[in-house]
Design a protein around this ligand. Sequence first.
Ligand code: ADP
Length: 162
Amino acid sequence: MKRVAIYPGSFDPITNGHLDVIERASRLFDEVIVAIAQNLDKHPLFTIPERRLQVEKATSHLKNIVVDDFPGLLVNYALEKKACALIRGLRAVSDFEFEFQMALMNRQMCPEVETLFLMPKDTYSYLSSRIIKEIARLGGDISAFVPEHVRREVMARHAVNS
Ligand code: ADP
């Protein structure tokens, strides 16, 4: 049977850190679904369709990636997709407490789906979508942190908003 993993998140926008995790996961599973959570952030910079396109472009070099979005509980979505694993990225100790709680709660609700933590390349371990948006808003250069098409879209959004 096909081994499917889900990599959930807000991806607002996708960063090189997310991509690093996606590439690692794509080597471990037959299919990786990058799943954008519909209701995490009430004030996202990009809409769900915009984020889906950004992820699709950024992962077009990988054959086994599917991009989707989902409402409600992640474990229900995982069951629907017959996934055997949830992928999460671990950047630093600061991620640990929240991720630990989520993983154990998800296991409680759905014991058949395993949570797997992947560590990005060390140079990406300080990246987050939030900090990238902040740097761009303040006029900084984000070209080392996101794919080029994402950089252009982030800069365009800030040009419109300012
Ligand atoms: P954020 O808004 O913090 O960037 P998301 O909600 O989009 O994060 O994150 C989805 C998953 O990707 C989470 O497991 C998060 O820990 C992980 N992640 C985010 N940025 C990175 C990174 N630079 N390296 C590794 N994992 C990351």
